[in-house]
Design a protein around this ligand. Sequence first.
Ligand code: PXP
Length: 239
Amino acid sequence: MKFALNVDHVATLRNARGEGVPDPVTFALMAEKYGVEGIVVHLREDRRHIKDRDVYKLKELIKTKLDLEMSISDEIVNIAIDVNPDLATLVPENRQELTTEGGLDLRRKGKEIAEAVKKLRDNEIMVSLFVEPDIEVIEMAQEMNADFVELHTGAYANAIKDLEIEAEFEKLKNAAQYAHRIGLGVNAGHGLNYNNMIEVAKIEDIDEVSIGHSVVVQSLYFGIEKAIVEMRNLVKQKS
Ligand code: PXP
């Protein structure tokens, strides 16, 4: 399993003062030095954290790979085509939300999403769809020619009671296994932290996890090196 770091919240802190620091690009380059295997950013339509300049700089400077999280709006799809990231992860976007709230609604928005997938793939960009760990939805993602799915781990991360945690974990595990079996790459993310990652690391069918908030918080407390090395160790631990 690989560890990709989402640096959106470094940009959130930078934007709080309207100055250049902390710079999400510098943070990403340091994180690569300490062992992250990919960088993720979400270029939101409202540009509330990551700005266009960040995406272009990351593409130019990082040595691992760039996963661009994005909506299916024409403006953002055109930027993605111009940037040419290693992966475009399509997510639902709603202006009022604090963060991405759920997986893509492939049942209701299938046509628009399929068009965005086609446009990106026609430009030789691999596409991942952020979806709930639901077998039917994963089948739909495959029918839309997605290369990857990113399984939404939010329900697992937010579960409190043991039975609920177990049930959500089983859903994730089965969804990852199924997606792999039908030939999709499997990423996972949202709400993963230094506790719940211990179990998620055991799901062998997950190729890569995308983690942001918990690692940025840990970096503030203990420094970036310790935060990255500790999470990387957890991600690599299979049992
Ligand atoms: N994956 C997706 C699709 C996301 O939208 C986010 C949040 O930006 C993450 C992963 C990372 O979530 P977190 O910041 O909770 O680790």
